[in-house]
Design a binder for this molecule. Structure first.
Ligand SMILES: NC(=O)C1=CN([C@@H]2O[C@H](COP(=O)(O)OP(=O)(O)OC[C@H]3O[C@@H](n4cnc5c(N)ncnc54)[C@H](O)[C@@H]3O)[C@@H](O)[C@H]2O)C=CC1
Ligand SMILES: O=C([O-])CC(=O)C(=O)O
Length: 324
C-alpha cells in the first residue's frame, strides 16, 4: 500500500459532538467510541473535566481496540463540522423533583449550547437528552432554526427499553424476545402501549393479566424516578447512554430503524407545533418518517393529556427566555 495515496489520507470518520461531560455525556462518548461509530468531541463548561475524561477513555483504546478519536474541550470551535450534536448539558433531578422542575435552569443551558454548536456545525443533526426532554428538544429546534427533521429527542427508546426489561423479568425470558413501545412525553404522563408490546410476536395481553400489565406500566412511568431515589445525587445514565447510542448508530449508518423519538409533529396524531415521542424511521437525514399507529380513544386521550402538559411547559420556557 502506498501511504501517500490521497484516498487513504483523506478517509474521514463521522464526527459527533457531545455537549456535557457528566454521567450521560461521558458514558455515551465511551459507547460511541468503543463501537467505532465516530470520532467524538466531548465539551463541558468545567475546565479540565472533558479533557480528563477524554484522556482516560483514549488510554483504553489499545485494550478496547477501537479507532475513534476522543477530544475533550471547553471550546465550541473544536466541535466544528460535526455530523451530529448530542446535548446532555444541564442539571439532573434529585429525589423529590419532577423533570419539569428543571425547566428554568436547563432552558438557558440548552439554548446556549444549541446556539453555539450550530455556528460551527450548520448542517448537523441535533439529538437532545437534557430534561425536561420534549421541552428542551423544542428549544433546540427554535435556537438552531434547523428543519424539524434534523432535531429530535431521546426518551422513547429508554422508556421502551425499561418496559421491555420489566416484561422480560416478569415472564422470566430473554429481553431479546420482547419488544415494547412507549409514546408521549418523557414525564409522568408518558404512554406505555401494552397492545403494541410482544413476545416474539405474541401480544403480552395474551401472556399477562391486566393487573400485572398495569404494574409494569406504572414501574415504567416511574423508571427514572426509581433510579433517582436510589442514586440520590442524579439520574440514570447507563441505559440512557445506550439508548442515545442506538439512535446515533441508526442515524450515522442510515439504518432506517423504527424508534420511538421525540419528533416535531405537524398534524400527526392530531397534534401540531410540539415535540413528542412517536414512532419514527431514523436515518442519515434525521427523522425520515413519522409512523401513525392506531390508538384507542383512551390512548388518544392519554397522548393529548401528555401533549398538553408538554405544551404548557414549552410556553413557560419560551416566556422565561423571552423567546415567545
Ligand atoms: N432524556 C432522557 O431520557 C434522559 C435525560 N437525562 C438528563 O440529561 C441531563 C444530564 O444528566 P447527567 O449527565 O446525569 O448530569 P450530570 O450532572 O452528570 O452532567 C451534566 C453536565 O452538564 C455540564 N454543563 C452544565 N452547564 C453546561 C453548559 N452551559 N455547557 C456545557 N456543559 C454544561 C455540567 O458541567 C455537567 O458536567 C439531565 O438534564 C438529565 O435529567 C438523563 C437521563 C435520561
Ligand atoms: O429520571 C430522570 O431524571 C432521568 C431520566 O429522564 C430517566 O432516567 O428517565
Amino acid at each position: 500500500m502506498n501511504v501517500s495515496d490521497d484516498s487513504f489520507l483523506t478517509c474521514q470518520s463521522a464526527r459527533v459532538s457531545v455537549i456535557g461531560a457528566g454521567n450521560v455525556g461521558r458514558t455515551l462518548t465511551q459507547r460511541i467510541a468503543e463501537k467505532n461509530l465516530a470520532d467524538v468531541v466531548l465539551l463541558d463548561i468545567i475546565e479540565g473535566l472533558p479533557q480528563g475524561i477524554a484522556l482516560d477513555l483514549i488510554a483504553a483504546q489499545g485494550i478496547e481496540l477501537h479507532n475513534s478519536q476522543i477530544i475533550g474541550t471547553n471550546s465550541y470551535e473544536d466541535t466544528a463540522n460535526s455530523d451530529l450534536v448530542v446535548i446532555t448539558a444541564g442539571r439532573p433531578r434529585t429525589p423529590g423533583m419532577t423533570r419539569d422542575d428543571l425547566t428554568q435552569i436547563n432552558a438557558k443551558i440548552v439554548v446556549n449550547a444549541a446556539q453555539q454548536a450550530i455556528k460551527y456545525s450548520p448542517n448537523a443533526i441535533f439529538l437532545v437528552i437534557t430534561n425536561p426532554l420534549d421541552v428542551m428538544t423544542y428549544l433546540t429546534w427554535k435556537a438552531t432554526d434547523l428543519p424539524p427533521y434534523q432535531v429530535m429527542g431521546m426518551a422513547g427508546v429508554l422508556d421502551s427499553s425499561r418496559l421491555q426489561t420489566f416484561i422480560a423479568m416478569e415472564l422470566g425470558i430473554s429481553t431479546a424476545n420482547v419488544t415494547a413501545m412507549v409514546l408521549g412525553g418523557h414525564g409522568d404522563l408518558m404512554l406505555p402501549l401494552p397492545r403494541y408490546c410482544t413476545v416474539n410476536g405474541i401480544p403480552i395481553t395474551e401472556l399477562l393479566d391486566e393487573i400485572t400489565i398495569n404494574r409494569l406500566v406504572e414501574r415504567t412511568r416511574n423508571g427514572g424516578a426509581e433510579i433517582v431515589k436510589l442514586l440520590q445525587t442524579g439520574g440514570a445514565y447507563y441505559a440512557p447512554a445506550s439508548s442515545a447510542c442506538l439512535m446515533v448508530e441508526t442515524i450515522l449508518r442510515n439504518q432506517s430503524r423504527l424508534l420511538p423519538t421525540a419528533a416535531y409533529l405537524q398534524g400527526e396524531y392530531g397534534l401540531n407545533d410540539i415535540f413528542l415521542g412517536v414512532p419514527c424511521l431514523l436515518g442519515c437525514s434525521g427523522v425520515k418518517q413519522i409512523l401513525e399507529v392506531t390508538l384507542t380513544e383512551i390512548e388518544k386521550q392519554a397522548l393529548n393529556t401528555s401533549a398538553t402538559s408538554v405544551r404548557k411547559n414549552i410556553q413557560l420556557a419560551l416566556e422565561s427566555l423571552g423567546m415567545s
